[in-house]
Design a binder for this molecule. Structure first.
Ligand code: NAD
Ligand code: UDP
Length: 342
């Protein structure tokens, strides 16, 4: 059988690079497109070094329909994984149009060209943010979505609906939305990982930068939540495990195993971990002490959210495997690689 090709939009980014590596390791061909608005070509080099494959890379903005069309004309892929989006929640509150324009225009261009070229499979990067402050935990795919609290979150809800409606309307179109929980860590090679710009907004990059001495002290946002130790609970999913969930989904799509034309899966570990547990886990995994202090709550944070992963486990034949300690070691190894720390 001829090799299947997957177009990976936003494939120079954090999740895209790890996914490209796992697709290549499984035997898929990959084409990466990215406008490098939040990434660097070195990330694509990292994918090439790990995989030993000279993966094609095109610097293309997915909002530019003409440029994207040329990619469709040039490469014969059947599936796309659409990562290309802006993802800073806080920024999206201050610059909503930047987010609506980029995240929705790019996704609609992808859907329109997939339809026009008769390419069937669209995997969309959604987020646990669509659940908001859920009434019941853990959340299942049936848990009602809450009104989005940021333009970023709203683009995820709107894009899910766009995909659902396109799959219902266009014969031969299949869609999956993967709702990621909190992706963390890096590839064990330390050749690819997360590249936050400026001051990190997410917990693990802030921890690793504090350990590296770039930040003086980690602020823990609130210890008066109704949780066992008072800090928020999240479901931290290892980046390589997350990447493998994409491979499992693409296999399901390309092998005609989908049960509905549009499907949704939670991608997490199913295990709630508090901020303090994560901080202490990082210290233990890497044999170091972290400078931290408790400060007030951060606006918009929900006290707790974690995944019921049974649907993904059963239907995708996938589960999170990497122990948290290993993930936290990989996160630190990546930070040391970036900062050239021995
Ligand atoms: P990232 O910023 O590292 O990767 C996104 C990539 O898309 C970047 O390389 C960026 O340059 C590119 N991009 C953005 N707009 C583009 C455009 N118009 N055309 C071409 N390329 C464009 O982010 P990530 O963490 O890898 O996230 C990937 C996807 O997963 C995003 O859609 C994000 O919203 C979603 N997601 C991420 C998380 C997370 O915590 N990292 C959680 C849930 C969902
Ligand atoms: N957090 C923190 N200090 C930081 C960054 C994050 O205490 O510098 C907490 C945040 O309040 C939340 C958890 O860590 O409870 C995860 O936050 P992150 O921004 O990584 O992901 P989110 O769940 O908000 O998408």
């Amino acid at each position: 059988m001829a090799k299947q090709t997957v177009l990976v939009s936003g494939g120079a980014g954090y999740i895209g690079t790890h996914t490209a590596v796992e697709l290549l390791a499984t035997g898929y061909d990959v084409v990466i497109i990215d406008n490098l608005s939040n990434s660097e070509t070195a990330a694509v080099e990292g994918v090439r070094r790990i995989s030993g494959v000279n993966v094609p890379f095109e610097q293309v903005d997915t909002c530019d329909e003409q440029a994207l069309r040329k990619v469709f004309e040039r490469y014969g892929f059947d599936s796309v994984i659409h990562f290309a989006a802006f993802k800073a929640v806080g920024e999206s509150v201050h610059e909503p149009l930047k987010y609506y324009r980029n995240n929705l225009t790019s996704f609609m261009n992808i859907c329109a060209l997939m339809h026009e070229f008769g390419r069937p499979n669209i995997l969309f990067s959604s987020s646990a943010t669509v659940y908001g402050d859920a009434d019941t935990l853990p959340v299942t795919e049936q848990t009602p979505r809450k009104p989005a609290t940021s333009p970023y979150g709203n683009t995820k809800q709107m894009a899910e609906d766009i995909l659902r409606d396109c799959c219902a309307a266009y014969d031969g179109m299949y869609g999956v939305a993967l709702r990621y929980f909190n992706p963390i860590g890096a590839h064990p090679s330390a050749l690819i990982g997360e590249l936050p710009r400026g001051v990190p907004q997410n917990l693990v990059p802030y921890i690793t930068q504090t350990a590296a001495g770039i930040r003086e002290c980690l602020s823990i946002f609130g210890n008066d939540y109704p949780t066992p130790d008072g800090t928020c609970l999240r479901d931290y999913i290892d980046i390589v495990d997350l990447a493998k969930a994409h491979v499992a989904t693409i296999s399901r799509m390309t092998q005609g195993r989908m049960k509905q034309r549009y499907e949704i899966f939670n991608i997490g570990t199913g295990r709630p971990v508090s901020v303090l547990e994560l901080v202490h886990g990082f210290e233990k995994a890497n044999g170091l002490k972290l400078n931290y202090r408790i400060v007030g709550r951060r606006a918009g944070d929900v006290p707790a959210v974690w995944a019921d992963t049974r649907l993904a486990n059963e239907e995708l034949g996938w589960r999170a495997e990497r122990p948290l300690e290993e993930t936290l070691r990989a996160a630190w190894a990546w930070e040391k690689h970036l900062r050239k720390i021995q």
